[in-house]
Design a protein around this ligand. Sequence first.
Ligand code: 13P
Ligand code: SF4
Length: 345
Amino acid sequence: MVNGTAGVLATALDYTRLGRAELGERIRERKRALNAVVLGHNYQRGEIQDVSDFVGDSLGLSQAAADTAADVIVFCGVHFMAETAKILSPGKQVLMPDLRAGCPMADFVTGAALRRLKTELPDAVVVTYVNSTAEVKAESDICCTSSNAVRVVESIPAERTVLFVPDRNLARYVQERTGRRNLVAWDGYCYVHDDRVLEELEQAKRAHPGALVVVHPEARKELLDRADAVTSTAGMVEYAEEHDEVIFGTERGLVDRMKQRFPHKTFVALSGAAVCGNMKLNTLAKLAWCLDHGRHEVVLPEDVRVRAERSLRAMLELSGGWTAPADEESALELAAVRPGGCGCA
Ligand code: 13P
Ligand code: SF4
């Protein structure tokens, strides 16, 4: 529990008895007191996005938080996203409102399983989607997001085998776009996007014949083939800003949010059932509890963090999105991570 906090309640359940306005007020006050920023992923509930300092896609949020002078980052998303924030901000405390908010796609692969496959494919370059654990990123050569995966794979010499982890659908999409034959895909997928909703697509198109269809690349090929655009969640927000009639093939939360933001536009969810239950484990009450109690903290072994950062940094350098920290910044960061350290390299 945070010392000296007036009115701190014991359990997250106790916070559910408070009204939404009171919870919002408490959250804002605790953010100020702790010098904390709240990050809300595009799939979060509206009330969480309302109290978030940044709303966006997983990597963009971690980068935004790393650029702030905050002492504490609260990640309202899933576990690998909070880990990514920790990888990029080792000197900051990273919290999650509910530790059970994991990503089943990320859990398709473990560090040990990846190490085993690497021994069978010793010359392969391991390209890992950011929807993966820090341990898996640490075993990888380079990371990618759904928006830069094609570019990342194109940067690898044609003769090298690519081992693409963990999303088979994104792997297949990249393979088609790059024409690369020597790509081995891990057999993971996202249960929200890997759905046969072709029938629903036909229905939605009949009801909205003028609508454009935008689909997340975690979806199956059959769906991607029928889309006007394939893009990440951040790309979908831009798409919503630019077009008036759109059918969205992604998680409901993003679609509901876009409808709220642009009430005069026609936005349709391809599937009403496309809900990520893991993302929705975060609630306003748990967020208030998390800030009052300084929990749940996400910690990483430093060797894993450093190796995971290397593969993330390789991607960021490729897309021009990473500025190497100045020597002085690195020294300060290191001192913050290892306060008792002797300063040896
Ligand atoms: P973005 O990186 O596009 O936000 O996607 C994250 C995710 O979990 C999609 O299912
Ligand atoms: Fe993971 Fe899919 Fe949920 Fe995204 S939508 S967090 S990939 S389970």
